[in-house]
Design a binder for this molecule. Structure first.
Ligand code: SAM
Length: 224
């Protein structure tokens, strides 16, 4: 049977037969540099992410928050947010498999960040954890959830697939004023790509609030 793939494509494939993650990364890097250069003048960059969190907290003020964290691991970041928000009306939910990454992330194999199902111990009734794949747990969680406070989304799953899934699945809750924080925004093949794919496919606009670690970690506010 004759192949239906176009001859031009076959020729290109002969000359360049294998997908290269390295070339892909290299090719996306200018997009990241352009994005940061455009936003740098108004977005302070801190040494470390806890300073970035403090800046975001100052920006959103004293009100209660609905903080949803995707990628919890041992709970360091959700704990910090809960400890630094005194509002009794605030709610914090952390989602994770607690058995590690469901697929490889660059050179880190599936299973990295495995804590053998152990859920972090945080002595705060406002904090809850949801164990399992986001793709399996989020639909059910959303059945019983409506927004009461300023929404803060912390996207720290590292992976393109998981990050894009969460953003698209929460699209109806994401409104102007929603905060998006990415722990690995500088990973051009994963969180940065997921952010751009979400923004372009769902016609959203954000402004950068601040970053840390040379903008590898970033916080944005949805404006449209
Ligand atoms: C870098 S760790 C999170 C670190 C944590 N936020 C902190 O600051 O300490 C990334 C986590 O994302 C989780 N993860 C990635 N993709 C997931 C998915 N599709 N469903 C559930 N958890 C996922 C992994 O299990 C892993 O624990």
């Amino acid at each position: 049977m004759q192949t239906k793939i176009s001859p031009k494509r076959i020729l290109a494939n002969t000359l360049y037969p294998r997908y290269s993650a390295f070339v892909d990364k290299l090719n996306r890097n200018p997009l990241f540099v352009k994005f940061i250069k455009e936003n740098e003048p108004t977005a302070p960059c801190f040494e470390e992410r806890y300073e970035m969190y403090d800046h975001v907290m100052k920006h959103i003020g004293d009100g209660a928050v609905d903080y949803l964290e995707f990628g919890v691991w041992k709970g360091a970041s959700i704990k910090y947010w809960a400890e630094h928000n005194a509002q009794s009306e605030s709610r914090f939910a952390g989602f994770d498999t607690f058995t590690g990454l469901p697929e490889a992330w660059d050179f880190r194999p599936a299973g990295t960040f495995d804590v053998e199902g152990k859920i972090p111990e945080i002595n705060d009734p406002r904090v809850q954890f949801v164990a399992g794949l986001f793709q399996q747990t989020l639909p059910q969680f959303l059945n019983g959830f409506s927004i009461r406070n300023r929404l803060v989304l912390h996207l720290d799953a590292d992976l393109y697939s998981a990050t894009l899934y969460v953003l698209a699945r929460l699209h109806h809750l994401i409104v102007p004023g929603t905060i998006l924080m990415f722990d690995e925004f500088g990973d051009v093949q994963h969180e940065f790509r997921a952010y751009n794919d979400y923004i372009s496919s769902h016609m959203r606009e954000c402004r950068v609030l601040c970053g840390s670690y040379q903008y590898y970690t970033l916080a944005l506010e949805v404006v449209k």
